[in-house]
Design a binder for this molecule. Structure first.
Ligand SMILES: NC(=O)c1ccc[n+]([C@@H]2O[C@H](COP(=O)([O-])OP(=O)(O)OC[C@H]3O[C@@H](n4cnc5c(N)ncnc54)[C@H](OP(=O)(O)O)[C@@H]3O)[C@@H](O)[C@H]2O)c1
Length: 290
């Protein structure tokens, strides 16, 4: 049995922390790929899963290795050995985490890495990029229509702003410091923040417009988001998808999608990265390097 170093937790819930583990490398089955991880981006979902605020499709298997985003090199399986790739681990389904030296994933989750980005930059694309891409598909806007994006400097918000602009959509960036946007003044809104910011985003949408959120826990059915105004709130649920990811890679290579890495840390500092994210001190995307 081949083993690897990974950062994992033996339990989830308040106070749970990651520590180094030696775990078995999962041999790729038919239709799977074994990836040597060279960079793993940190996402809010990683924090939530360790804190016990996360739901998997199947019963949780411990120890839990968090991590939704990887960039690395194919070691074996249904991709050419040595190929540079990126993938979302689809953690809610696979329970395969990126905070490790290796990860084994369905080949359908994987796309060739962008040629113009380094490993850390490339690792920031999958989850946030897939979520932004799916959100824009749900929004289904035409060139010239207007879209408000709150949290435009966050990972999803940034990608959504860039992809929407590349599609000819007029984007209103409603960040923390932006002036309030008039009620019923935009065709659509994408909420990536929740809470009061979600309510403001919803209020900005014109009657019969479109409203999509990535944080449904803040959506209160029967409350301020009733369908009275002809707006049916829609929820994005990011899914791993190599074909969609390949479209994002093409956008990155065309300069339509840009990445930003606030800080890289060694994999063994994964808990420190989660602590930084939890206290709001990350200042942008954190990436772990095994
Ligand atoms: N539904 C899904 O499938 C799915 C998939 C992925 C992620 N998510 C969720 O989507 C959310 C965004 O993810 P992300 O990766 O983009 O996170 P992120 O990179 O941390 O960005 C969060 C954004 O929210 C803004 N923000 C946070 N608190 C705020 C506040 N109190 N007032 C105003 N703005 C605030 C931040 O503003 P600053 O830039 O000014 O700090 C930032 O722009 C997270 O909750 C994540 O769990 C959902």
């Amino acid at each position: 049995m081949t083993t690897m170093r990974a950062m994992a937790t033996d339990r989830v819930g308040p106070g749970a922390t990651l520590r180094p583990h030696t775990l078995a490398v999962k041999e790729p089955a038919d239709g799977e790929v074994l990836i040597k991880v060279l960079a793993a981006a940190v996402n809010p979902a990683d924090l939530g899963m360790v804190a016990g605020q996360y739901r998997w499709y199947d019963e949780l298997r411990l120890p839990l290795v968090p991590g939704y985003d990887v960039a690395g090199v194919v070691e074996a399986g249904d991709w050419p050995r040595g190929a540079a790739v990126i993938a979302s681990t689809g953690h809610s389904r696979s329970q395969a985490g990126g905070y490790a030296e290796y990860v084994t994933l369905p080949a359908s989750y994987v796309a060739a890495a962008p040629e113009n980005l380094d490993w850390a930059e490339a690792a920031t694309i999958p989850l946030a990029g897939l979520t932004a891409h799916q959100a824009l598909e749900l929004l289904d806007l035409k060139p010239g229509q207007s879209l408000l994006v709150n949290g435009p400097r966050g990972a999803i918000g940034r990608f959504a702003v860039e992809l929407a602009r590349a599609g000819g959509i007029t984007v209103i960036e409603a960040g923390r410091d932006s002036a309030p946007v008039a009620e019923a003044s935009v065709d659509a809104a994408l909420d990536v923040v929740g809470g009061p910011r979600a309510r403001q985003a919803f209020a900005a949408v014109r009657d019969a417009g479109v409203y999509v959120t990535t944080v449904p826990e803040f959506w209160v059915p029967g409350g301020q988001f009733t369908a009275e105004r002809g707006i049916e709130p829609q929820i994005v649920r990011a899914e791993p998808d190599g074909t969609r990811l390949a479209a994002l890679v093409r956008a990155a290579e065309a300069g339509e999608l840009t990445t930003s890495v606030a800080k890289t840390l060694p994999l063994t500092d994964a808990q420190q990265a989660l602590d930084l994210l939890a206290t709001g001190g990350a200042g942008g995307k954190l990436v772990l390097i095994p």
